[in-house]
Ligand binder design. Structure first.
Ligand code: X5A
Ligand code: ZN
Length: 671
């Protein structure tokens, strides 16, 4: 593992010597060990060595006052000098918060650390980072501590970024299992800060039991549409539930918003094993949640720790997040069975509540709102719960066990290229040269595919095959080939890979061109083709032709297809190889192509092979940049997509959702 001077990330192990120990009045779960254990896990996994550790500092009054009132700050300032009795009394005026004589100091460090991180990211000293801090922040309000939180670290960071750097649009993603009502209140009328939170809600039966946390709270005045609440009305939510909310709500809206900075309220009480959350998403989901946000805002992402109380689950989740920020390949997610009914109800409600504010939702096929309110009443009744469900709920959540996420190893080579002589590409790419041993490949190639092909095509193809074999052995992460005939190469590659047991290919084809039927008949290869050609009637479970009216030139239609079709399909297919093909004359613009290439890195542990046709030389550089791990440039604030395109994508979702239920975004009518 290399230690670079421009290490891409940063983190802060806080907890001063002696730690802020909230033991009197005691908080049993928001404890200093949360930081020491997380930090220890980072060290053990060799991750701290790859990070830049920034110094912490205390926030100054003016910074705290960006979000909090003077009266409140003055009151908190007194706490280090109070007797334990007075502290107890002081604590009682707030909800679920505990003041230790040391907490004011820690809270100032927590805010200051978040600001140090924002400074470093916005000044370009680091690409992204995570601040490991406590106490957490997202529940604290202008004049009140709440839910273990004293100062609102992330809200202050957002105001600071706006004020000091003139950042125009900030996305705050709150994946903690509690609703960050403090963040919501801070920005509810502010259209420059888009706040997204999912949270355990159980129809208001779960703390903090606020009507303000429901899906119909979308922001006020100018800020209408810039507050997104996704209530979890059942416990036990899994990876599929989390991913479906990202695909069908957060990502389309976030890309339409086009933030300049992403802040994450990174609470890990939403992971399995946490007694507060009682959810079942595994720690490796955070690798994916993190990655899916890393191509917004040119990768400027600051994660700030919030909750997370199961020390094992917390430490694993922190490592997954940090490893993703460092650019390691993503772990495969298995067992994605699709969202549960309760999630679908929430999805449908949130999408309906926001359809008037976001054009990506305008043409969504949703139930009318009056039926949605019925859903709420219907499912809040306990009466029709079956016995299994009741037993499920009584089962103690501490019994939950899950395997430790497998190690994520980066292949020695990140990107290998097969290019004709004279075509340039970044130095960091490894060229597969003619000195490679082509023996065994050449023979099979000649026999199977290339009876009459010329020698240079045979050589190129055999290099492509050897690239694929090296990906399979995890010697290379990804690859790019510039070939004379992209369509022919694509067919040969699919056939070559499908010949192996257990292989699954996700073929994403951009542009017009015939996909030979025989390559999609064995259930191993899932094909999505985005083009301007109307081939919709030929679709099947494994062939998904997306026809856009203006072809691939239309960014909004293309973006919608990426989030609501490509991502769910890719996740559910769980391929061992992604094959991304750019047909000549596809019309896709470079930044769209780069975003697509980047998002596809979520699958197959980053094993992507990109095929470009020879006249697309100019695309080698932009593609290689993404394959080497750079963030894709922003698409800009997306306009509304064409009605026809939006409807075509929705039609495909409806046709395919019985086979691929991660495509679902609405609740079946009487399930
Ligand atoms: C930051 C955080 C939880 C408060 C729970 C109070 N707070 N019952 O996770
Ligand atoms: Zn929480």
């Amino acid at each position: 593992q290399r230690q670079t001077s421009d290490a891409p990330f940063f983190m802060i192990p806080t907890a001063p010597e002696g730690g802020a120990n909230n033991n009197s009045p005691a908080c049993k779960i928001e404890v200093p060990e949360r930081l020491t254990v997380s930090h220890g896990a980072l060290v053990r996994n060799g991750l701290t060595d790859r990070c830049i550790c920034l110094p912490v500092r205390e926030a100054v009054d003016a910074e705290i006052l960006l979000v909090h009132s003077e009266e409140y700050l003055e009151a908190v300032k007194q706490t280090p000098h109070m007797t334990l009795e007075d502290l107890k009394e002081f604590t009682l005026q707030y909800g679920d918060v505990y003041f230790h004589p040391n907490i004011y100091h820690c809270a100032k460090l927590a805010v200051g650390s978040a600001l140090q991180l924002v400074d470093s990211v916005l000044m370009g000293k680091v690409k992204n980072g995570m601040a490991l801090v406590r106490p957490p922040g997202h529940h604290s309000m202008r004049s009140a501590a709440n839910g273990f939180c004293v100062f609102n670290n992330v809200a202050i960071a957002a105001q600071y970024a706006k004020q000091k750097y003139g950042v125009k649009r900030i996305l705050i993603v709150d994946w903690d299992i509690h609703h960050g009502q403090g963040v919501q209140y801070c920005f509810e009328d502010d259209p420059s800060v888009l706040y997204f939170s999912w949270h355990r809600y159980e129809h208001q039966k779960f703390w903090p039991n606020l009507k303000d946390s429901d899906y119909d709270i979308v922001g006020k005045g100018e800020g209408a549409g810039f507050n997104i609440n996704v209530p979890w009305n059942k416990v036990g939510m899994e990876n599929s539930d989390y991913l479906s909310v990202f695909c069908h709500v957060l990502l389309p809206i976030a890309y339409e918003f086009c933030p300049d900075l992403v802040l994450v309220c990174a609470g890990f009480d939403s992971a399995i094993g946490d007694l507060e959350g009682e959810m079942c998403a595994t720690p490796d989901i955070f690798a994916h949640l993190t990655y899916l946000l890393m191509n917004l805002a040119e990768g400027k992402l600051c994660a700030v720790l919030e909750g997370g109380y199961n020390l094992t689950s917390l430490a694993q989740s922190v490592c997954q997040t940090v490893q993703t920020l460092l650019g390691d390949p993503l772990p495969p997610l298995t067992n994605l069975t699709g969202p549960c009914r309760s999630t679908l109800e929430s999805l449908q409600c949130v999408r309906a509540a926001h359809r008037q504010h976001w054009s990506c939702l305008r043409h969504a096929v949703d139930l009318p709102t009056f039926e949605i309110s019925t859903i709420r009443i219907k499912s809040s009744g306990e009466e029709n719960k079956d016995e299994a469900e009741v037993w499920e709920e009584q089962k103690s959540p501490e019994e939950k066990i899950w395997p430790e996420p497998p190690k994520r190893v980066s292949p020695r080579v990140c990107s290998a290229v097969v290019l004709p002589d004279g075509v340039v590409c970044p130095d960091a790419c490894e060229r597969l040269s003619s000195s490679e041993d082509l023996g065994p490949h050449l023979l099979t190639l000649k026999k199977d595919f290339l009876k009459d092909a010329d020698d240079s095509a045979v050589t190129a193809l055999s290099r492509v095959f050897s690239l694929i074999d090296k990906m399979k052995n995890n010697e290379i992460r990804n690859g790019l080939a510039l070939v004379g005939d992209a369509a022919m190469t694509m067919t040969c590659v699919v056939q070559h890979v499908a010949a192996e047991v257990d292989s699954r290919v996700f073929l994403v084809c951009v542009g017009n061109g015939n996909i030979p039927g025989h390559i999609i008949e064995d259930g191993k290869t899932l094909v999505v083709q985005i083009s301007g050609e109307d081939t919709e009637e030929q679709g099947s479970k494994y062939y998904v032709p997306v026809c856009l009216k203006k072809g691939c030139t239309d960014t909004s239609g293309f973006a919608q297809a990426m989030f609501s079709l490509l991502l769910p399909l890719g996740y559910q297919h769980n391929p061992s190889l992604v094959l991304l093909v750019r047909m000549p004359g596809s019309g896709v613009c470079d930044i769209m192509w780069q975003q697509l290439t980047a998002l596809l890195q979520s699958f197959a542990q980053g094993h992507t092979l990109v095929l470009l046709q020879e006249d697309d030389k100019a695309c080698v550089g932009p593609t290689a940049s993404i394959l080497l791990g750079n963030p894709a440039p922003p698409l800009g604030q997306l306009p509304a997509s064409l009605k026809e395109d939006a409807e075509a994508v929705e039609r495909l979702r409806s046709r395919l959702q019985a086979d691929w239920n991660l495509l679902l975004a609405t609740a079946p009518e009487n399930g």
